[in-house]
Design a protein around this ligand. Structure first.
Ligand code: GLN
Length: 552
C-alpha cells in the first residue's frame, strides 16, 4: 500500500555520482540556505544505506564525527552541515538508515502485520522508506524537503532508496519532485582537461533505476568551460542552465553564494512552482566577506586520538572557524595525536607554539595519558584549554592528580580499579548492556553560576542554557569539595545541582571543560559562546614571558 504523502510538500532528491566525498552534503545544505533565504520553510533528511541502525556504534575512523540532534539521535555528520547552513534544528526523523528500515519491517513481520504475505524489498522496504519521508513532511510541515541519498549511484545497498525516491514521483506528482545529481569531473593532468565520461556513466546508471536527473551539479577542481556544460547537457539530457558548475572554493561557506550565482535557486523555485520572495543573502554575504587577519592566525592544538581523520572532529573544526571569523582571525589548527604525547614525551615541541589547547570528545583508553599531559601543560603554562565532554573529564583527572598529589585519579572508563575514581559511570548507566543509543543523549538544561568564566562567555544574564550531550560517565561528587578547595570551580550544574556540567580553573586565563558538546550548536554567523570565549582568550596569549600557573 503506498504511503500517504502531504499534498503540498515539494521534494528535492539529491544523489551522488562517480565518487563519494564530492561535497554532496555541502551542496544539499547550501541549497537549503538558498531556499530559506527566499522565505521558504525547509527541512532535510539523510538516507544512509548502511545496515547499522545509526552511526553511534561506529568508529570515527570509519564514519567521521557522530552528530547529535537535540532529541538525542546519533546521526551522520551531514546533519551538522544542514543545521549550520540552514540554521535549523533537526531531529531523529531526519536521519534514516537501512538498519532502521529493515529492523522496522522485520519487527512488523514478527508481529504478523503483513497477514501472511511474503516480505520483499519492493514493496515492503520501499514503502517503509516512503513512510519515513511522510513522517518528516507531516511533523516539519516544511514547504520543501531536501532528501540526500548517501553513497554513490551504483552501490548495491543504495538501490531500495533509489527505487523509493523514483516511486515518489508518481506518489506525489511529477511537479512536486525534482532530482539533482552531484558528480565529479576529474582533471587529467597530462592533457590538462576535465573529463565528463564518468558523469555520463553515472547518469546512465541513475536512468537504469528509472531516474532522470533534472539538475546536475558538477564538482571540479578547475574551471568548467561552456563546452563542457554543453556536452553534459547534450549527453545527459539536462537543460543547459541546469548543468551547474561548482568548482572548489576556499571555504565551504562560499558554496551557497557560488550556487546562487549559477542560478540554481531560481531554477529550483521555477521548476517546483514555488511562491517565494527574492533571496535575502545579506547576512551570509557579510559573514563570508568578513575581514580576516590571515597574517596573525590564532594557533590552536586539537589533541585527540582520531586526528588522522579530520572528519572525526568536523563540528569542532567548524566551531573554531566560526569563532575565528567573529574575532576577525583565522584559526590555525594543529592536529596532535595524543599517543605522540605519551610516546616521545616531547610535549614542548608539539605544543610550544600554540595559544590554546582543545581536547575533544572520545571513548576508550587509547591516548588518554597523552591528553592528560596536554591538560597539565595548558594548566602549568597558563595556555587556554577547552575540554569537550571527554576533554572535561581529562581536565578533572589531571587536576585531581595535582591536587591530591597522586597518580591514581582516573575515570573508571579507563581504570575500573582506580582508588580515586574522580570520573565515574552515571548511576542510570549501571546495568546498561546495549551499546547503541543508550548514552545520556541530546538536550539537557544547565544552570550557569554567576561570576564565572562560563557566565562571562554566555553573557551574565543567560544563566540557564540548554546544550547537547553524549556520554556515560560523569564527575564523581565525592571529590567536589576537595577539588574545589584546590581551585576547581563548578560553573555549570544540572538543575538539581547533582551533575557537574562545566568546570573551570581559578587563577588561569581560560581553562574550562564542559560535559556537553557545544560544537553541535555553533553557527557560522552565530558562534557558540564558549568557543567565542576560548578563541578570544587564545588570541590574547603571547607565549613569550607568560607566567606559570600557581596553586591557590
Ligand atoms: N567516554 C566519555 C563518556 O562516555 C566521554 C564521551 C564523549 O566525549 N562524548 O562519558
Amino acid at each position: 500500500m503506498p504511503a500517504t504523502i502531504m499534498p503540498m510538500t515539494k521534494y528535492i532528491f539529491v544523489t551522488g555520482g562517480v565518487v563519494s566525498s564530492v561535497g554532496k552534503g555541502i551542496t544539499v545544505a547550501s541549497i537549503g540556505t538558498l531556499l530559506k533565504s527566499r522565505g521558504l520553510t525547509v527541512s532535510v533528511q539523510k538516507l544512509d544505506p548502511y545496515l547499522n541502525v545509526d552511526p553511534g556504534t561506529m568508529s570515527p575512523y570509519q564514519h567521521g564525527e557522530v552528530f547529535v540532534t537535540r532529541d538525542g539521535a546519533e546521526t551522520d555528520l551531514d546533519l551538522g552541515n544542514y543545521e549550520r547552513f540552514i540554521d535549523i534544528e533537526l531531529t531523529a526523523d531526519s536521519a534514516i538508515t537501512s538498519g532502521q528500515i529493515y529492523s522496522t519491517v522485520i519487527a512488523k513481520e514478527r508481529r504478523g502485520d503483513f497477514m501472511g504475505g511474503t516480505i520483499q524489498v519492493i514493496p515492503h522496504v520501499t514503502t517503509e522508506i516512503k513512510e519515513r519521508l511522510r513522517i518528516l513532511a507531516q511533523k516539519s510541515q516544511a514547504e520543501v524537503i531536501l532528501v540526500e541519498v548517501g553513497g554513490t549511484v551504483g552501490d548495491i545497498e543504495g538501490q531500495p532508496f533509489l527505487e523509493a525516491i523514483r516511486q515518489m514521483r508518481n506518489d506525489v506528482g511529477r511537479d512536486n519532485v525534482l532530482y539533482i545529481h552531484v558528480t565529479l569531473l576529474p582533471y587529467i593532468g597530462s592533457t590538462k582537461e576535465l573529463k565528463t565520461k564518468p558523469t555520463q556513466h553515472s547518469v546512465n546508471e541513475l536512468r537504469r533505476m528509472g531516474i532522470q536527473p533534472d539538475v546536475i551539479v558538477c564538482r571540479a577542481d578547475y574551471p568548467i568551460s561552456d563546452g563542457i556544460r554543453d556536452k553534459l547537457s547534450q549527453f545527459c539530457d539536462v537543460e543547459r542552465k541546469a548543468v551547474i558548475p561548482l568548482t572548489t572554493v576556499d571555504s565551504i561557506y562560499q558554496v551557497p553564494l557560488v550556487l546562487e550565482e549559477e542560478g540554481i535557486g531560481n531554477l529550483l523555485v521555477e521548476r517546483l512552482g514555488l511562491q517565494s520572495a527574492p533571496p535575502d543573502l545579506k547576512d551570509w554575504q557579510r559573514m563570508v566577506a568578513c575581514p580576516i587577519d590571515y597574517h596573525q592566525p590564532v594557533k590552536v592544538a586539537v589533541v585527540g586520538k582520531y586526528v588522522e581523520l579530520e572528519d572525526a572532529y568536523y563540528s569542532v573544526r567548524e566551531s573554531l572557524c566560526h569563532a575565528g571569523l567573529a574575532h576577525g582571525r583565522s584559526v590555525e589548527i594543529s592536529w596532535v595525536q595524543s599517543e605522540d604525547l605519551e610516546k616521545n614525551g616531547d610535549i614542548e615541541t608539539l605544543l610550544r607554539d600554540v595559544q590554546g589547547v582543545v581536547v575533544p570528545g572520545g571513548f576508550g583508553n587509547r591516548g588518554i595519558e597523552g591528553m592528560i599531559s596536554a591538560a597539565r601543560y595548558a594548566r602549568e603554562n597558563r595556555i587556554p584549554y577547552f575540554g569537550l565532554c571527554l576533554g572535561m573529564q581529562i581536565q578533572v583527572i589531571e587536576f585531581a592528580r595535582f591536587a591530591l598529589g597522586s597518580d591514581q585519579p582516573n575515570s573508571t572508563e579507563f581504570n575500573p580499579g582506580t582508588s580515586h575514581p574522580v570520573i565515574d559511570l552515571l548511576p542510570e548507566q549501571r546495568g546498561v548492556a546495549d551499546m547503541g543509543g543508550t548514552m545520556r543523549l541530546g538536550n539537557y538544561t544547565c544552570h550557569i553560576q554567576p561570576g564565572t568564566i562560563a557566565a562571562l562567555a554566555y553573557g551574565d544574564d543567560a544563566c540557564v542554557v540548554v546544550e547537547r550531550h553524549r556520554h556515560r560517565f560523569e564527575f564523581n561528587n565525592d571529590y567536589r569539595e576537595r577539588l574545589n578547595a584546590a581551585g576547581l570551580v563548578y560553573s555549570g550544574l544540572s538543575p538539581d545541582g547533582r551533575l557537574v556540567e562545566i568546570c573551570e580553573l581559578k587563577n588561569h586565563p581560560w581553562m574550562l571543560g564542559c560535559q556537553f558538546h557545544p560544537e553541535f550548536g555553533s553557527r557560522p554567523n552565530r558562534p557558540h559562546p564558549l568557543f567565542m570565549g576560548f578563541v578570544g582568550a587564545a588570541k590574547e596569549i603571547l607565549r613569550e614571558g607568560s607566567q606559570p600557573w600557581l596553586p591557590l
